[in-house]
Design a protein around this ligand. Structure first.
Ligand SMILES: NC(=O)c1ccc[n+]([C@@H]2O[C@H](COP(=O)([O-])OP(=O)(O)OC[C@H]3O[C@@H](n4cnc5c(N)ncnc54)[C@H](OP(=O)(O)O)[C@@H]3O)[C@@H](O)[C@H]2O)c1
Length: 265
């Protein structure tokens, strides 16, 4: 088969839809240059609506593309690898958590492989992806960076650090929601309505991060700017320190990284 399609995608689930939507809406890829293999007919319709080609045949998606994006769950991968046996795979990009390049290569005979750890906010164009593109040529690397750049920001890391990426940005959106929820609960406990507390907490988190980005000041400088001696912020910060807030964050991230290591193969 001629290499007439740019991107084959295996597994048309949540993440695949976010990435493919971003690639199309940003103008990076034309939908007719993408083929998505997905067993579920309804999920295929979601991709047809984007204008991509769809199939239920994994081999058809992999064969004839310049790049293959693996978006199935790690536990599904052995069945996918079986489908891909004895075909010469294009440059392979895996977003599967914990599946090492060595393991993917052992099961499929793939040549160059990039691993990417994206996160949930990819679906609204505000994702963060850690990328190991060390096996790729410059042109191939540009492709991967443009693909994930269409749905958020990107950072290059060695494969051995992808579990750390998982612990920070992969699982991290949940930590942010937890902090937000705790702030809202605290606001309600202090007498605010749910709506009032949500508005205050959401804009404080968004505005705080925006200020960090715009001013390029350090967190310490901005904490100092909010704090006055003997004031309210210092009272809260002292309480956080007594309760070991920062150590708790470190331990939580370490737990996520350790779990990612346990799940890696
Ligand atoms: N979600 C996240 O925040 C996140 C972040 C980073 C990385 N990841 C990684 O991204 C990958 C996909 O995650 P997701 O959240 O998008 O999962 P998902 O929504 O479950 O997508 C997986 C898709 O693969 C399909 N599938 C199942 N068996 C298949 C087969 N044999 N051949 C082809 N397709 C098959 C599933 O179809 P059925 O539903 O019909 O089974 C489903 O549509 C995972 O490896 C995960 O580790 C996810």
């Amino acid at each position: 088969m001629q290499k007439n399609r740019t991107l084959g995608v295996i597994g048309g689930g949540f993440m695949a839809h976010a990435i493919v939507s971003g690639a199309i809406s940003s103008g990076f890829l034309a939908p007719e240059h993408i083929i998505v293999a997905e067993p579920d007919a309804q999920r295929r319709v979601a991709f047809s609506r984007l204008g991509t080609l769809v199939t239920d045949d994994n081999r058809a998606a992999a064969d004839g593309c310049r790049y293959l994006l693996l978006c199935v769950k790690p536990q599904t991968f052995p069945a996918v690898a079986e489908d891909l046996r004895n075909i010469s795979l294009p440059v392979t990009i895996s977003i599967m958590a914990g599946k090492t390049k060595q393991s993917i290569r052992r099961q499929t005979g793939a040549g160059a492989i990039a691993r990417v750890m994206p996160n949930l906010p990819c679906s609204v164009g505000a994702g963060m992806a850690g990328i190991d593109s060390s096996e790729l040529s410059d042109e191939e690397r540009d492709f991967v960076y443009a693909l994930f750049g269409a749905v958020g920001k990107t950072v290059e890391v060695e494969e051995s650090l992808l579990n750390a990426v998982t612990g920070i940005s992969g699982s991290g959106p949940a930590y942010v929601y937890l902090f937000y929820r705790a702030l809202v609960q605290a606001g309600v406990a202090e007498g605010l309505s749910q709506e009032q507390a949500q508005a205050l907490a959401a804009q404080t988190i968004t505005g705080g991060m925006e200020m960090l980005r715009v001013t390029k000041k350090t967190p310490d400088e901005l904490i100092a700017a909010v704090s006055s001696k003997g004031g309210t912020t210092v009272a809260a910060l002292d309480r956080f320190a007594q309760d070991g807030f920062e150590q708790s964050v470190c331990r939580a991230v370490h737990a996520a990284v350790s779990r990612a290591e346990e799940l890696s193969e």
